[in-house]
Ligand binder design. Structure first.
Ligand code: BGC
Length: 349
């Protein structure tokens, strides 16, 4: 194999310097898979990195390989790893802190206590935006062959799989038997949260401000109800908040019924203040025994749940989420503003 390969690289804080670099080809360590990179997905966090809002560079580097939403095909797997050449895989994003803190020691670095974790393509580690990558077998998750290119949705699906896991855990403290869910935001995270809600047999309501086009179509194709404002949304047992947007984050919580659970997964970068009604919030949460929790990142177990959810989804519906493809040779075009759900970069072109 060649010693170098092409990679999508950035220097955080230098949006004017996005490159296709000749990059050292990775060499597999013990227990690691060698993977041919097929696709990576663009997410808002990538923009935050490019704009220098996340402290991202791996130690000693002045550029890094971008992208944390991965899909690849195993080229070489060590004996006994549970993987074989040809398997479709996605890579888990987070790695434990070196100490490690108790959650990291228990294999749950998604709950890292001291914040010294690293993340592929986000903080301290190169990402998956290259023609080849290596990954320790325990941080790779196999995807069903029929999922094909939609396997690139494994990482965002794992984020909402963790959110649903939190609904079960936090709801378990009451007599929670959810029937109705509100998902705020019909981007990739919101649509995948809605998909998992439908797969759970729930009545799903999705709110977004886009009036027409692929978002409402995809929501309706799921059998869910699309809303343009909170006033038409009924009281719900679960809120999955995927926007991180100003007033909506708080106002959606006011839709919680008794013993209900809201999970906030949308990442917000806004410093704006928003008006709050302490009385309403108090009524909903205190009188309703309701809970609001935050949830970030995901563990290998959530990637496995995601792989199952993607395998049993309507594949045609999933494919409609991949709205644009750009070749690695021209990857900065992924950042162009269009009406996209998920933009993917094809690593072989
Ligand atoms: C990723 C998470 C990550 C978070 C913060 C998100 O875009 O999906 O895995 O933990 O960014 O870095």
């Amino acid at each position: 194999m060649a010693n170098t390969m092409r990679a999508a690289t950035v220097t955080p804080g230098r949006p004017d310097d996005l490159r296709v670099s000749e990059w050292p080809a990775p060499v597999a360590g013990p227990g690691e898979l060698v993977v041919e990179g097929l696709l990576v997905g663009l997410c808002h966090t990538d923009l935050e990195i490019i704009n220098g809002r996340i402290d991202s560079l791996p130690p000693g580097q002045d550029r890094m390989v971008l992208f944390h939403e991965s899909l690849g095909r195993v080229l070489d797997a060590p004996a006994g790893s549970g993987f074989a050449a040809g398997d479709l895989v996605a890579g888990v994003v987070r790695r434990p802190d070196p100490l490690p803190c108790p959650p990291c020691a228990a294999g749950r670095s998604d709950f890292c206590q001291n914040g010294d974790y690293t993340e592929r393509g986000v903080t301290g580690l190169d990402g998956f935006g290259s023609e080849r990558w290596t990954v320790p077998a325990q941080y790779a998750v196999r995807l069903a062959p029929e999922v094909g290119d939609c396997g690139v949705l494994a990482e965002p699906t794992s984020i909402v799989a963790k959110a649903w896991d939190q609904v079960d855990i936090v709801g378990g403290r009451t007599f929670h038997a959810p029937q109705r869910v509100l998902v705020t935001g019909a981007g990739p995270i919101g649509l995948l949260a809605a998909l998992l809600g439908v797969q759970r047999g729930l009545e799903v309501h999705v709110l977004d401000r886009i009036e027409a086009g692929v978002k409402p179509e995809l929501v309706r194709a799921l059998g869910a109800t699309y809303h343009l404002g909170l006033d038409t949304v009924p009281v719900v047992d679960v809120v999955i908040e995927c926007t991180g947007a100003g007033p909506l984050m708080f106002d959606s919580v006011l839709k919680l019924g008794r013993n209900a659970v809201a999970v906030l997964v949308g990442l917000s970068t806004s410093d704006n203040s928003v008006p709050l009604s302490p009385g309403n919030l108090n009524d909903t949460l205190v009188f309703g025994n309701a809970a609001v929790v935050g949830s970030v990142n995901s563990a290998p177990t959530h990637f496995r749940t995601a792989a199952e959810a993607l395998a049993k989804a309507d594949q045609e519906w999933l494919r409609r989420l991949l709205t644009r493809r750009v070749p690695l040779s021209d990857w900065p075009r992924a950042l162009e503003l269009h009406d996209d759900i998920k933009v993917v970069v094809e690593l072989s072109r």
